[in-house]
Design a protein around this ligand. Structure first.
Ligand code: AMP
Ligand code: MG
Length: 429
């Protein structure tokens, strides 16, 4: 009888399951993401990055009334048919006050944002007017106004009853300003996903706890914990950082168990390869179910999704996502898979970043079997330059770069080729 292979050693190449296409992994992952049902009302000041749980309908028009776009004079055009006309200034209207009806053959001194008085149909900016010395309170119009000139129309921004923001929209500085502009001090958003984050690996030590000079042999600092926490927070998640879990089955099981009851997602980095020290897979399987995918992407091959059962008294289950340990793999798989997953949990309508098409100012002469996400940056000539070391452990590539080129499996790139570019500025937003 032949001795059985070591249970956790890698299968022979011929027995390995085929790699899964990234699009398929993404589709499977998103199919399992059921949007969170709970909604909360939050201050408009605090709602940046949150996802609207309902349409916002404006109860008023913006601006509420016709108002001046300039500091100047409100007139009737019929009174200023030719340059040089002199009119008497009969009222002064500052922003925040209202004037009264403009009598024929008079003008109103008016300031930006002040309501246009009834009867006036144009604003003449103060630069086109001169004060008349010989006539107290008189102004001379050097130019002939056109009807409607420098008047901001009531409702030109928002009409009453208009849907200004839609359910599923992710709020940002601009949309929060618009919501405030129709009088909303609070907005209804989907609750934050609660995410438990932990890092696995006995080699990991924490910056701040161990000085570089005191690093034990074989140790490395935990970088993934830092960027993953920030990426999660930027996506609107409430993060419980559970720190580093030792490479032991019992410790991994205990950490998962504690996390499952009170979180929507447990996110780990490292330990999802099929090496002997990778305890995440059996631990999740013990507490729920796990699919380990070998995704045909570079960086970032191993990726796991599953679920962890909760205590019998707590309804539902927690999602589990295991990211690869290599920092760049972890970073890139987060952006391409976890990001849309978390946005879908929050009911967001747009889950992806639209790629730009830009010319490559570099060559890739050796095609890879896997779809590759190359760290690049834009140059002043409007092209993309490639970082020299594309290894999945080289985090410098992500700092140097400002985005990823999505290069299909088997494709080479020649200088000048138009390629698909995903900017970090949008992926990290
Ligand atoms: P693993 O997926 O656990 O086999 O880890 C793959 C590689 O990533 C190893 O070289 C680890 O030392 C490294 N690694 C794992 N976790 C982290 C982390 N949190 N920070 C930095 N490097 C890590
Ligand atoms: Mg490990």
């Amino acid at each position: 009888m032949t001795a059985p292979a070591h249970p956790s050693s890698s299968p022979a190449p011929s027995q390995r399951p085929p790699l899964m296409a990234l699009d398929e992994a993404r589709a499977r992952l998103l199919a399992r993401a059921v949007p969170l049902a709970d909604v909360e009302s939050v201050s408009t000041f605090e709602a940046d990055g949150r996802v609207l749980a309902q349409d916002i309908v404006s109860a008023l028009q913006v601006p509420p009334q016709d108002n001046s776009a300039m500091d100047g004079y409100a007139v009737r055009c019929a009174d200023v048919r030719e340059p040089g006309v002199v009119l008497q200034v009969t009222q002064r209207i500052a922003a925040g006050s209202t004037g009264h009806a403009l009598a024929p053959l008079s003008a109103a001194r008016i300031f930006t944002g002040a309501p246009v008085p009834p009867g006036a149909d144009a604003i003449v900016m103060q630069e086109d007017v001169e004060l008349v010395n010989e006539c107290e309170g008189g102004v001379r119009f050097k130019a002939v106004p056109a009807p409607g000139q420098w008047v901001r129309r009531a409702g030109e921004d928002v009409t009453r009853g208009a849907v200004i923001l839609r359910q599923g929209e992710r709020l940002n500085a601009a949309s929060l300003g618009l919501a405030a502009g129709v009088g909303l001090g609070h907005v209804n958003v989907v609750v934050r996903p609660r995410v438990a984050l932990f890092s696995t690996g006995d080699e990991l030590v924490m910056p701040g706890e161990v000085a570089p000079a005191d690093m034990p042999g074989g140790a490395i600092y935990n970088s993934n914990r830092f960027f993953l926490r920030v990426l999660l927070q930027r996506l609107g998640c409430e993060v419980s950082d559970l720190g580093i879990v030792p490479d032991r089955r019992d410790a991994t099981v205990a950490a998962l168990k504690t996390a499952a009851d009170h979180h929507d997602l447990i996110l780990t980095s490292g330990g999802v390869s099929v090496g002997e020290e990778d305890h995440v897979k059996p631990a999740v399987e013990q507490l729920g179910a796990l699919d380990l995918w070998q995704i045909a992407m570079k960086p970032g091959k191993p990726f796991a999704h599953g679920m962890v059962r909760r205590d019998a008294t707590v309804p539902g289950h927690a999602h589990f996502i295991g990211l690869p340990g290599n920092p760049v793999s972890s970073f890139v798989t987060f952006l391409l898979l976890v990001r849309p997953f978390l946005l879908k949990l929050q009911g967001a309508r747009v889950l992806d970043v639209t790629p730009w098409t830009l010319p490559a100012h570099f060559n890739v002469t050796k095609a890879d079997k896997r779809r590759e996400f190359l760290r690049v940056r834009r140059n002043a000539a409007g092209g993309l330059e490639l970082f020299g070391n594309q290894s999945s452990g080289v985090l410098t590539s992500v700092v140097w770069g400002d985005g990823l080129v999505d290069n299909p499996a088997g494709a080479t790139i020649a200088h000048g080729d138009r390629v698909s570019y995903l900017p970090f500025s949008e992926l990290l937003a």
